[in-house]
Ligand binder design. Structure first.
Ligand code: JA5
Length: 270
């Protein structure tokens, strides 16, 4: 996969030299190119921002350097195929569609991804309109909070997408286990020593009884998800739950009503 990132802080992306993603680059599984937007200015001050039309606080990113860098990346894109399909341009923005694991899987299938990191109050809107002539433009949010720019969001997305590229993770069974998680949070994990600071590893995990261990872990997943992410519990497909699952959910505040899982306190009397 080829990835291009455009930023006025290219050093932010240095973390992508490390760990799994750095190894994927060295192994030629990932061709990652970071561009400094200021290299596409033509004035002595390498100016990338200006005051907003209509007034208001802060500065807006000027369109001209963005037009030049995106035209160049689009021209070089390996993804402009014979069927006219466009390469993808991801623009981190709080107003975007929310990035999740399903989107990571979808984007991991692409030949070429470009990320445009905004700063200040954002990028002149005409850049996105112009870019849509050569890219499939996707404004994407990584969650409902404010950042000062797109760089940190790009680090999160490149890690989530990059680890799904075939060959990047040494043992692909770790990916299988995640996708098996069935919409529940992960169970807690433990390692040596068996006793630490007066705290013991749950005895069942030392028992060698694999059926009991599986049930213990499944219960922990259900309990944690019920407590921390009740929104995920009500989205579960009830037909995938066995008698033990339903009993655990009952003891954690949820009931099965006409094939739907609902919080007990939302069941109307009669
Ligand atoms: C801010 C100029 O999903 C959280 C996000 C916050 C934020 C993003 S994504 N991009 C920007 C930005 O500010 O470009």
């Amino acid at each position: 996969m080829r990835i291009d990132v455009v930023s006025i802080f290219p050093e932010y992306l240095a973390a992508l030299d490390l760990s799994l993603i750095g190894k994927a680059r060295r192994d030629n599984l990932l061709d990652l190119n970071v561009h400094d937007l200021r290299d596409y200015t033509h004035d002595r001050h390498r100016k990338v921002d200006d005051t907003p039309y209509g007034g208001g606080a802060g500065m807006v990113m000027k369109p001209e350097p963005w037009g030049e860098v995106l035209n160049r990346i689009a021209t070089e894109s390996p993804a402009t195929g014979p069927l006219g399909e466009k390469p993808i341009l991801i623009v981190p923005a709080p107003a975007g569609a929310v990035f999740d694991q399903a989107m990571a899987y979808e984007l991991a299938e692409a030949q070429h991804l470009t990320f445009a990191c905004g700063r200040y109050e954002g990028i002149d809107e005409r850049v996105l309109e112009h870019a849509a002539e050569s890219f499939d433009v996707r404004p994407v949010s990584i969650g409902d909070y404010v950042l000062n720019g797109g760089e940190v969001a790009v680090l999160a997305m490149v890690e989530a997408i990059g680890r799904l590229i075939p060959g990047v993770i040494g043992n692909p069974e770790s990916l299988v286990e995640e996708s098996h998680s069935d919409g529940l949070l992960e169970y807690p994990v433990y390692t040596k020593p068996g006793s630490w600071q007066g705290r013991e590893v749950p005895e069942v995990l030392l028992s060698g009884n694999h059926a009991k261990i599986a049930r213990f872990r499944r219960n922990k997943q259900l309990e944690r998800t019920a407590a921390r992410r009740p929104d995920l519990i009500v989205e579960l497909d009830a037909s995938t739950l066995n008698r033990h699952d339903r009993d655990t959910l009952w003891h954690n505040g949820f009931a099965l009503v006409e094939g739907r899982i609902v919080p007990k306190d939302q069941i109307a009397p009669e």
